[in-house]
Design a protein around this ligand. Structure first.
Ligand SMILES: *[C@@H]1O[C@H](CO)[C@@H](O)[C@H](O)[C@H]1NC(C)=O
Ligand SMILES: *[C@@H]1O[C@H](CO)[C@@H](O)[C@H](O)[C@H]1NC(C)=O
Length: 297
């Protein structure tokens, strides 16, 4: 952690606790105000991400983990990342930890990961992960490892192509549609993350996953029927198009040593990212101009 000294009579620790309670939108807005805040927000992101990774691979292997993440152009993804993107839910400071670590790997880059897990003596789980159908269509292979915490697994999902955003789009809820590469975090529905709202993706989450979301203060909905305000850009019927990563939340967190270039890749260079998707063909939110209910009435 290298932070420039403050001339104000306010310790960095106090500031850190303040930032820790902020929403993602506030953090990003603050990070744009000054070099100092940018450094602080990057530090917060780094501390949270390392704390999550450390739990699965052990503190002594965190650096190596991010090196493998970099050389393979992979990304940490899914609901694992929510712990990094959202403020703690419990005022005591003790908070939930993700129950598994999802890693998205570009096609053909799995072997350095297998070598890394062998090196740190984590075993492959013989149990086949249950993979929902839409997710199967954007992933090529799945390998599960036991982590340092026996009940918590590490799931390597190999994308069908070079982009690690591809598997993220097939997550079971909008909350899990996010990835963190060795230097950059990409969030497809940042507003919904801040509202604690999870809309179903192409496949619905399992009952167990819904209960877990609720325990962590997120609300899941299969449709927009219960939304009390207009959906805006989060409307499930809208086609989302991501070209060169415009149109989604992007935060360059600078990597574990804060030296990573800000223009990393997500498996492929930013300029080559091109995805188009939508979540549903009907919207049931009466407050939304695209609502199916409204057009029938
Ligand atoms: C990143 O930026 C550097 C210098 O700004 C440039 O030389 C390099 O090509 C960029 N890399 C990518 C992947 O865009
Ligand atoms: C990967 O596949 C997805 C889904 O078919 C597609 O939208 C995306 O453009 C592809 N990316 C690359 C780099 O081929």
């Amino acid at each position: 952690m290298s932070i420039r000294p403050l001339s104000l009579a306010c310790s960095e620790l106090v500031l850190y606790h303040f930032l820790n309670a902020c929403t993602l939108a506030s953090l990003i807005a603050l990070s744009h105000t000054s070099f100092f805040f940018r450094t602080m927000v990057k530090t917060l992101h780094r501390i949270r991400l390392c704390a999550v990774v450390e739990q699965f691979v052990g503190r002594e292997n965190v650096h190596r983990f991010f090196e493998v993440l970099e050389v393979t152009d992979s990304a940490v993804g899914g609901s694992t990342l929510l712990r990094v993107l959202t403020p703690p839910t419990s005022p005591s400071g003790y908070d939930w930890m993700p129950s598994n670590l999802n890693i998205y790997v570009p096609l053909g880059n799995i072997s350095p990961w297998n070598a890394f897990f062998a090196e740190i003596k984590l075993d492959i789980s013989s149990r086949q992960p249950g993979i929902a159908f839409p997710y199967k269509s954007v992933t090529n292979s799945h390998t599960q490892y036991y982590s340092r915490v026996s009940a918590h697994l590490i799931l390597l999902s190999e994308s069908i192509n070079a982009s690690v955003i591809t598997p993220a789009v097939a997550a079971s809820t909008t909350l899990a549609m996010c990835i963190a590469t060795c230097s950059t975090t990409v969030v497809l529905y940042p507003e919904l993350v801040d509202r604690g709202r999870a809309h179903s993706g192409w496949n619905s989450p399992t009952v167990a996953a819904c209960i877990k979301l609720q325990d962590r203060d997120f609300r899941h909905s299969v449709s927009t029927i219960s939304w009390k305000d207009a959906c805006g850009w989060n409307c499930p019927v809208l086609w989302r198009r991501v070209q060169c990563l415009r149109g989604v939340g992007v935060f360059c967190w600078g990597g574990i040593d804060n030296k990573m270039r800000d223009n990393g890749s997500v498996g492929i260079p930013f300029t080559d990212v091109s995805m188009k998707w939508r979540l549903d063909d009907k919207c049931w939110n009466v407050n939304c101009p695209w609502s199916a209910v409204r057009s029938v009435a």
